[in-house]
Ligand binder design. Structure first.
Ligand code: ATP
Ligand code: MG
Ligand code: FE
Length: 355
């Protein structure tokens, strides 16, 4: 069965077709360079870019794969959480496609799509413990199946990716800064005493990264030489070894916190058949290393998508949509977008049978 996936929840416009667990093709246009001029995503610009790009990208995808609308069995669209105006572009396009081609529509929870992305590369065994670490979310899940899950813990303030991006901005690294911090952190020895591991002195599975971000801000304010000249890109980095140490120490504090809370969750839920780590921050080198070590120590299967599948893409949306559809769930033209901060309703329409 072939599923067309559409992703417009933030600043990536992306379309993809998957056939079962095989990716037949994808097109992705990142608007990161455009938003970098403003140091963050400008919602109005994002929506306009999605509107400009969504149709030509889909046409290019069909041309490249040699497929036509008739070859598509189901249309999946990222319905949120995300930027409302951006989501509406994808939703409108998906609904139009569904109506014109007479194909069923599935609205996909963007966070769930991140977690299920690994199924394009390997089997996902359930029950699974899931850690979603992205630009807008840091959440621990227990997933009994692709459509049956609960959130066990979440961030009380900044998401891990948001902390990376804000820290990067503090030192004038380009937006989005996670990948630059990752690269610089790997070039230096972290100082574990520089920053505390945030929000561990409790029994819960929640996160808080704003204190850590403030600790970095305070340090930078007291040491202005830690800030790069504006718009200097990454060229001066090697000259600034102290900055690299600070970023490595920040990176370590985040990665250790994620590892400790996920281990706590694993101890608490008991036996699971896999541990999934996904979302943009799962592309981080140290996070990947720590998660791999943790999985080995616990003898549990780690399912961590390749870095390109960790950040926003439409392949994960198509894959999740297909998994939902195959269990007999769809939406119709009443499907609504869900803005950031709102819970995604489980408002599927159940078909009379699984497919
Ligand atoms: P959400 O999925 O919560 O709505 P989003 O879609 O904006 O948010 P993603 O696309 O999953 O988030 O991930 C983007 C985030 O991941 C950004 O904050 C980015 O800085 C961060 N990121 C990407 N690569 C890395 C890396 N190598 N190290 C650390 N952070 C990274
Ligand atoms: Mg993005
Ligand atoms: Fe995302």
């Amino acid at each position: 069965m072939r599923c067309l996936g559409i992703e417009t929840s933030c600043d990536e416009t992306a379309v993809a077709v998957v056939h079962g667990t095989r990716l037949l093709g994808q097109k992705l246009a990142s608007q990161a360079d455009l938003h970098a001029l403003f140091g963050g995503v400008v919602p109005e610009i994002a929506s306009r870019e999605h509107l400009r790009l969504i149709h030509p990208l889909t046409q290019a995808l069909f041309k490249e794969t040699g497929l036509t609308a008739a070859d598509i069995d189901v249309v999946a669209v990222s319905r949120g959480p995300g930027l409302l105006g951006s989501l509406l572009v994808g939703l409108g396009y998906a609904k139009g496609f569904s109506l014109a081609a007479g194909k069923p529509l599935v609205g996909v929870d963007h966070c769930l799509a991140h977690l299920l992305a690994a199924s394009l590369e390997t089997d996902l065994e359930f029950p699974a413990l899931g850690l979603l670490v992205s630009g807008g979310h840091t959440q621990i899940y227990i997933l009994r199946s692709p459509v049956d899950f609960e959130i066990l813990g979440r961030t009380l303030d900044d998401a891990a990716g948001e902390a990376f991006d804000k820290v990067a901005k503090l030192v004038n690294l380009p937006y989005p800064g996670g990948q630059y911090i990752d690269r610089l952190a790997m070039s230096a020895e972290p100082d574990p005493k520089l920053f505390p591991k945030p929000y561990l002195d409790n029994q819960n599975l929640d996160f808080s990264f704003s204190g850590l971000k403030t600790a970095v801000a305070t340090r930078v304010a007291a040491n202005p030489h830690l800030r790069l000249d504006r718009m200097s890109g990454t060229s001066q980095i090697e000259a600034n070894a102290e900055l690299a140490v600070m970023l490595a120490s920040f990176n370590l504090a985040v990665a250790e916190t994620l590892r400790i809370k996920l281990q706590r969750a694993l101890n608490r839920v008991g036996k699971v058949r896999s541990v999934i780590v996904a979302g943009g921050v799962a592309a981080n080198t140290l996070v990947r290393q720590f998660m791999t070590e943790m999985a080995l120590e616990n003898g549990v299967n780690l399912r961590m998508p390749s870095p390109w599948l960790c950040t926003d893409n439409a392949a994960m949306v198509a894959s999740a949509g297909l998994q939902i559809y195959c269990r007999g769930f769809v939406h119709d033209q009443r499907l609504e977008a869900v803005p950031r901060g709102k819970a995604v309703p489980r408002d599927y329409i159940q078909l009379s049978r699984s497919l």
